[in-house]
Ligand binder design. Structure first.
Ligand SMILES: Nc1nc2c(ncn2[C@@H]2O[C@H](COP(=O)(O)OP(=O)(O)OP(=O)(O)O)[C@@H](O)[C@H]2O)c(=O)[nH]1
Ligand SMILES: [Mg+2]
Ligand SMILES: [Zn+2]
Length: 303
C-alpha cells in the first residue's frame, strides 16, 4: 500500500492486533507488521484493546495510529483474546497426569463460547500402551478433531498446523501438558519458555504469561496460555450443562420426559446410550459431576 508523506494523514486500512505493550500495539495488516500508537480516547474507553481485535488504522506523519476497534465476534477473558475461532485443548498422555475431567470442563467452557475444539493428546513418545486410543474413545461422540502429538518425534505437528490454518486459536489445558513446547515445535526459532514437570508434586510449573498472537508459517494465529490444575464452570445453569456436551446434547428431546437432566429420570435416552456404548461412560460421569456442581452453585446463590 502506498503511503504519502505529503499528506498528514492516510486513512482507511484495517489490521489485527497481535500484541499489546503499554500504549502501543503490534498490528498485522496485509502481511506486514506495524507498531501502532493507540489513540488516547480508545485507551480511556471501557473496552480494553486485546490481541485478536480487528482495528482501523491511519498513518499520521511517521506514525501508525489505531483509530477504531471493530465489533468483536467473541472475547475470551483468560487469556484475553478477541475473535477466537478455535481452542486446542491439551491433555498429556502421561505426567503431570491424564485428567479428562479437567479437559471436559475446558471443552464445556469452549462450547459455551461456541468455539471449535481440537483435542491434543501430547507426549506420545513416553505414553504407555493405548493411552491415546483411550482418550480418542472418550471423545468419539463429540465430533471434535483429535490429534496425537509428540514434540521430540515431531509426530502430529503437521496435522495440527493444518487444523490451525486460517483461524485464531488458543492453546489451553493443564499446566505441563506441553502447549509451549508444541508452539516451539511449530515455530522454529521462537523459543517460548517451557518448564520441567515438577517430580515432587507431579504438576508443571506455570511458565506461560504474556499473550500475543503468533503467526504460523502455514497461516493462522495461535496464542499460548498458562496452564492450570483446576477450573470452575462459573455461572452455568444446571439446565445449560447438557447443551455444552455435544455427545449428550445429541439426545435432547429423545428422553421420556421433556427437559430430562439425564440423571434420575426413567426412560432416559442418554443412559440407554451409555449402556449400549454409544455415549462414553467417562463423559457421562463427567456430565453428572458438572451437573451436580452447577446444582450446588445454584443452591448457594439462593442461600
Ligand atoms: N517426552 C515429551 N515431553 C514433552 C513433550 N511436550 C512437552 N514435554 C515436556 O513437558 C514439560 C512441560 O512442557 P511445557 O511446554 O512447558 O508445558 P505447558 O503446557 O506449556 O505448561 P504451562 O506453561 O505451565 O501451562 C517440559 O519439560 C517439556 O519438555 C512431548 O511431546 N514429549
Ligand atoms: Mg507453557
Ligand atoms: Zn435423559
Amino acid at each position: 500500500m502506498a503511503r504519502s508523506t505529503k499528506h498528514m494523514t492516510y486513512s482507511g486500512f484495517t489490521g489485527v492486533i497481535i500484541g499489546i505493550k503499554g500504549g502501543f500495539a503490534e498490528v498485522e495488516s496485509g502481511g506486514e507488521q506495524f507498531t501502532c500508537r493507540i489513540r488516547g480516547k480508545l485507551r480511556l474507553s471501557d473496552q480494553e484493546i486485546v490481541a485478536g481485535d480487528n482495528v482501523k488504522l491511519i498513518v499520521k506523519g511517521a506514525e501508525h495510529v489505531i483509530e477504531e476497534v471493530l465489533p468483536r465476534r467473541n472475547f475470551l477473558i483468560r487469556p484475553p483474546v478477541a475473535n477466537v475461532d478455535m481452542v486446542a485443548i491439551f491433555t498429556p498422555l502421561v505426567a503431570p497426569d491424564v485428567d479428562l475431567m479437567l479437559t471436559d470442563r475446558l471443552c464445556a467452557l469452549a462450547e459455551r463460547q461456541r468455539l471449535e475444539i481440537v483435542i491434543c493428546a501430547t507426549k506420545a513418545d513416553i505414553a504407555k500402551g493405548d493411552a491415546s486410543v483411550m482418550i480418542e474413545d472418550h471423545y468419539k461422540g463429540t465430533g471434535y478433531s483429535f490429534v496425537t502429538l509428540s514434540a521430540p518425534r515431531n509426530e502430529g505437528v503437521e496435522r495440527l498446523k493444518e487444523l490451525l490454518k486460517g483461524r485464531i486459536s488458543i492453546f489451553a489445558g493443564q499446566s505441563g501438558a506441553g502447549k509451549s513446547t508444541l508452539i516451539n515445535a511449530m515455530m522454529p526459532g521462537l523459543g517460548l519458555k517451557t518448564g520441567e514437570v515438577s517430580e515432587k508434586i507431579g504438576r508443571g510449573r506455570h511458565t506461560t504469561r504474556q499473550v500475543s498472537l503468533l503467526r504460523l508459517s502455514g497461516g493462522g494465529y495461535v496464542a499460548d496460555s498458562p496452564g492450570f490444575s483446576s477450573l470452575e464452570l462459573a455461572g452455568v445453569e444446571p439446565d445449560e450443562v447438557r447443551s455444552l456436551m455435544p455427545d449428550i446434547y445429541e439426545h435432547e428431546g429423545r428422553c421420556r420426559f421433556k427437559g430430562c437432566r439425564h440423571n434420575a429420570e426413567p426412560g432416559c435416552s442418554v443412559k440407554e446410550a451409555v449402556r449400549s456404548g454409544d455415549v462414553s461412560g467417562g463423559r457421562y460421569k463427567h456430565y453428572l459431576a458438572l451437573l451436580e456442581e452447577c446444582i450446588e452453585a445454584e443452591k448457594r446463590k439462593y442461600d
